[in-house]
Ligand binder design. Structure first.
Ligand SMILES: [Fe+2]
Ligand SMILES: [Fe+2]
Length: 282
């Protein structure tokens, strides 16, 4: 690793804004068995930006309710607790990062589309593979390439060189990052995910989504984010700068226990859910 680069990254992550308090509070609340729809709606209403976004999502064409829903408690009931958690997390992350501007020519809009695309794809893969907490896989998918964003914000000149090299040669971004920085967005993403105290499994999804080498940390959740990333690149849902669709790691595919024939229904559901989740980007 190039010590001055990694030091700069660690220092920048220390100065990053923390996630809005609402996400942490909601996570604690949802972990308690006695939380009610009312208390959940109350917590959400404390952050007007996020509350407004949740109402926008529930009123989007996807849910197709004839009457406008203006009440957060109803929104919580309609979306369900897991969906609420995913949506509050996604809007919290977006709120945190859209305040920051990059001077690097990294296309932020496409980056966020790719992140939401991967989150949705990974969750659908997780559901198809009967994972216990598909919403946690959504979180891992949304965060998986966050290291690229940190590079774009805090090492913009070097990251521009990475983007240009990937563009010209078609090599995977991690290969170019290794040459330019001496580390990759998976290392940087891990530092951020640990700083934000995400559970170990979420940290692993971010740190190992490219499933390199033996990957002893390869779990079903990691494999779901890995496959979700590949599918959303293949379907062209946004872009985080890769030129070529990555190959699916054989072990990751096997651990999920899916059949090739499952991919047809998975891809149909991904397109549908991506349209729904895109409301959070508006
Ligand atoms: Fe990646
Ligand atoms: Fe990605």
């Amino acid at each position: 690793m190039k010590p001055d680069h990694i030091e700069k990254i660690v220092g920048s992550i220390d100065r990053l804004p923390t996630l809005p308090a609402i996400y942490t509070r909601l996570s604690h609340l949802l972990a308690q068995s006695d939380s009610t729809v009312r208390t959940i709606a109350e917590v959400i209403s404390e952050d007007p930006t996020i509350a407004a976004k949740i109402l926008k999502i529930v009123n989007s064409a996807f849910y197709g309710f004839p009457k406008k829903i203006g009440n957060l408690q109803r929104a919580v009931v309609i979306l369900g607790l897991n969906e609420i958690k995913s949506m509050v997390f996604a809007t919290s992350i977006l709120k945190t990062f859209t305040q920051l501007d990059s001077v690097c020519e990294f296309d932020m809009k496409s980056y966020w589309e790719h992140s939401v695309g991967c989150a949705v794809s990974a969750r659908i893969v997780a559901e198809a593979a009967y994972l216990k907490s598909p919403e946690d896989v959504f979180t891992g998918g949304l965060l998986h390439d966050i290291g690229k964003l940190i590079h774009a914000l805090y090492l913009p000149q070097e990251f521009s060189r990475v983007i240009a090299e990937v563009e010209q040669t078609g090599i995977p971004m991690i290969e170019s990052e290794q040459g330019v920085f001496g580390f990759t967005h998976t290392h940087t993403g891990r530092i951020l995910a640990e700083k934000w105290h995400f559970p170990e499994e979420t940290v692993n999804m971010v740190a190992h989504h490219h499933v390199e080498g033996d990957s002893p940390k390869l779990s079903k959740g990691v494999a779901a984010v890995h496959l979700g990333n590949t599918l959303c690149i293949a379907f062209g849902l946004g872009s985080a700068g890769e030129r070529v669709v990555p190959t699916v790691n054989q072990k990751a595919w096997e651990i999920l226990g899916l059949q090739i024939s499952d991919l047809e229904s998975i891809s149909g559901r991904i397109h549908k859910s991506f349209r729904e989740a895109s409301v959070i980007l508006e």
